[in-house]
Ligand binder design. Structure first.
Ligand SMILES: Cc1cc2nc3c(=O)[nH]c(=O)nc-3n(C[C@H](O)[C@H](O)[C@H](O)COP(=O)(O)OP(=O)(O)OC[C@H]3O[C@@H](n4cnc5c(N)ncnc54)[C@H](O)[C@@H]3O)c2cc1C
Ligand SMILES: *[C@@H]1O[C@H](CO)[C@@H](O)[C@H](O)[C@H]1NC(C)=O
Ligand SMILES: *[C@@H]1O[C@H](CO)[C@@H](O)[C@H](O)[C@H]1NC(C)=O
Ligand SMILES: *[C@@H]1O[C@H](CO)[C@@H](O)[C@H](O)[C@H]1NC(C)=O
Length: 505
């Protein structure tokens, strides 16, 4: 793959730091600020936002507030896609609910643009980034298993890796993220969470027992399904529009000491065999403990497949994954192992640190011809990617069984089976191209599935995968939108959370 110098990620970092440094220089020397051309001044020095940062008062010594270069570097390093990072006016890391509430009160009273980030894994610029006040949840890091082991209380500043690490060997597990590095806050609030246990337990939010939240008025409370049924429902997929969730309680399930699975990779010549085997798995597998994610990808000028497999037990029954035996792997690492090791063996970090976007299709099944169509889409973009600074192009096939569900703002009672499309590239000049094409490819795959007879009308798109330009009625149905709006009007009458960005229901 041809990659020109101007599209290297390091130069991207350079440009980002120039933005940050100019804001510091201007901050420190107001006299010189006057000599900068006014568009620069407006862009980099926002007196209103700086005054708001300065007025934040923390009571805990563990809470932090950083400006300029320190905050910009912290931000650059904490986002999965660099296109979702932006240098903020200040970066705050409250460590207590009271200090988090103090920030919410300042942004609400002074009407300051802000964003909330937990794990920084969204592909939508602005959803967890801002040039105003950035609230990082990294100060909320507890993971506490209850004495009777029936639930775990978890701070939303954690990544799932931390939770599995604490539970390893305890005999119980929770229904959370599948790969390394993903945050809890967005996973739960902005979609609901597809897991290795989804066939058995539904989404992560289907195992949510309670959460603690700072509300838009700056008060905080713990919410259960009975204490506030509306808010409990709204937070399960309504995103950052109802307040900032700082703690969640998830139900546990019994977990064997070891599970089975890991990664196999395949070169392009094995793609037809993997396509067949994936379609066969989708038809034949009836064991909810067995799941796979084949990712058809284009990387370093070649198509290939990464195949993650999982079995909830030390040994899958004979026949479970046999359909994949006819394909010859390039690397093979399927084995019995601890759950943490399984999650951390996924190569998710290898494709971080570039510009990128996610988008999605919700399907009822994965036929062989549909997967062949997806591979043809991949090969098309692979062949032109070098002209548009492509780094990695991928289609994640997620052939779940029908899974359990509870009512939630993101409705999933008809078991949508997502396709996750991830395009990563390096030049900001190619943002518009890839953001348009990721929608175009999803639309063609949707049409192909309809042509094959799939009934997709009631199947909604997963907000944690959908690109920000997605029409809202493809994410929430009319009844959910109506209920979201009325709960929002009650909980946030002055629209404080409208000062940050999410899908507009
Ligand atoms: C490598 C990779 C693997 C993934 N794997 C999975 C997977 O297995 N299953 C799955 O379902 N999804 C998966 N996703 C998608 C993932 O669920 C979303 O990107 C999710 O939003 C990430 O949450 P975060 O806290 O890391 O993101 P952030 O970018 O920090 O936040 C995302 C959104 O949630 C809001 N938000 C964050 N924290 C809070 C909070 N505490 N209170 C209120 N709002 C908040 C933000 O404001 C923002 O709008 C994956 C994504 C990537 C990049
Ligand atoms: C400065 O910040 C305030 C508060 O977030 C915002 O309303 C205003 O639009 C910003 N001004 C500029 C020029 O960006
Ligand atoms: C992936 O990156 C995240 C964030 O930088 C880090 O916390 C995690 O440990 C990394 N995972 C692995 C397997 O290296
Ligand atoms: C895949 O399946 C098709 C039809 O079902 C068959 O013709 C083809 O030979 C199979 N390919 C491989 C590599 O198994």
């Amino acid at each position: 793959m041809v990659r020109s110098l101007s599209s290297s990620p390091l130069l991207g970092l350079g440009a980002f730091l120039v933005l940050a440094v100019s804001s510091v220089v201007l901050l420190l020397s107001p006299v010189h600020a006057g000599t900068f051309p006014s568009p620069l001044r407006q862009r980099f020095v926002n007196a209103t936002a700086i005054d708001a940062c300065r007025s934040i008062r923390f009571t805990s010594k563990d809470s932090r507030l950083d400006y300029g270069l320190v905050s910009a570097l912290g931000v650059w390093l904490s986002f999965y896609m660099t296109s979702s990072a932006q240098p903020p006016t200040c970066l705050v890391k409250p460590a207590t609910p009271e200090d988090l509430a103090a920030v919410v009160k300042v942004v609400g009273q002074k009407r300051i643009n802000f964003a909330v980030t937990s794990g920084g894994h969204t592909g939508n610029p602005g959803f967890s980034s801002t040039n105003g006040i950035l609230i990082s949840m990294k100060g909320f890091q507890r993971v506490v298993l209850s004495n009777d082991k029936s639930y775990v209380d978890i701070g939303t500043g954690n990544i799932w890796d931390n939770v599995y690490q604490v539970l390893e060997g305890s005999g119980v597990n929770i229904n959370g993220g599948r790969v390394s590095g993903v945050g809890l806050g967005g996973f739960i609030t902005s979609g609901g969470g597809f897991s290795w246990l989804t066939n058995q337990l539904g989404l992560t939010v289907d195992t949510l027992q309670q959460f603690s939240i700072v509300l838009p008025d700056g008060s905080h409370q713990t919410v259960t399904p009975s204490s506030n049924p509306d808010l409990f429902w709204a937070v399960k997929g309504g995103g950052n529009q109802f307040g900032i969730v700082y703690d969640v309680r998830l139900a546990t399930k019994a977990q064997s000491k070891q599970v089975w699975g890991g990664l196999k990779t395949y070169t392009f010549d094995q793609i037809p065999a993997i396509v067949n085997a994936t379609a066969a798995f989708d038809v034949k597998n009836e064991d909810p403990k067995a799941q796979i994610i084949p990712t058809f990808n284009f990387f370093l000028g070649q198509p290939g497949v990464s195949l993650l497999a999982f079995y909830d037990g030390e040994n899958p029954p004979a026949g479970t994954f046999d359909m994949f035996d006819s394909a010859r792997p390039f690397t093979a690492d399927w084995k019995a192992r601890g759950f943490t090791d399984l999650v951390r063996s996924a190569p998710s970090n290898a494709t971080a640190g570039h510009r990128g976007a996610f988008h999605t299709v919700s399907l009822t099944s994965y036929s062989q011809s549909l997967i062949e169509f997806i591979v043809a889409e991949l090969n098309h973009y692979g062949s032109i990617g070098w002209q548009h600074s492509a780094f990695f192009l991928s289609y994640d096939v997620e052939p779940f069984l029908d899974y359990p569900s509870k009512p939630a703002a993101w409705k999933h009672d008809n078991s949508p089976k997502p396709l996750n499309i991830y395009f990563a590239w390096d030049s900001p000049l190619d943002d518009a191209f890839w953001r348009k094409e990721i929608v175009a490819t999803a639309d063609r795959i949707t049409q192909k599935a309809r042509d094959e007879g799939q009934k997709l009308d009631g199947l909604l798109l997963y907000p944690n995968y959908a690109i920000d330009s997605t029409p809202i009625d493809r994410i929430y149905d009319a009844a959910s939108r109506q209920r979201l709006r009325s709960i929002k009007a009650r909980i946030d009458p002055t629209n404080v959370m409208g000062l940050t960005t999410f899908f507009k229901f």
